[in-house]
Design a protein around this ligand. Structure first.
Ligand code: ZN
Length: 83
């Protein structure tokens, strides 16, 4: 069906749609339904360069105010050592 996993060499990579978190400094953007290939064996995910570029362009459009996101969420931040 596709190329073997570049990480573990397993032959089967599944086409999936997953949640991807783009991060730039302290700015995060969650993107849902992102197409990727996921290794059945080791779980590594591979995103095509054009997919990542599109996410990056969208992130910049949102940062500059040219585009509004579908929704905005707040995320708490914790240090494990302070738990
Ligand atoms: Zn693998």
């Amino acid at each position: 069906m596709s190329d073997p996993c570049p990480f573990c060499g397993h032959q089967q990579m599944d086409s999936k749609q997953v949640e991807y978190i783009h991060r730039s400094g302290e700015q995060l953007m969650v993107v849902t339904e992102v197409p990727c290939l996921e290794c059945e064996f080791c779980g590594e995910r591979y995103f095509e360069a054009k997919v990542l570029k599109r996410i990056e362009a969208d992130f910049e459009a949102i940062q500059s105010g040219a585009r509004k996101p579908v929704k905005t969420i707040q995320a708490p931040v914790e240090a494990y050592s302070s738990l």
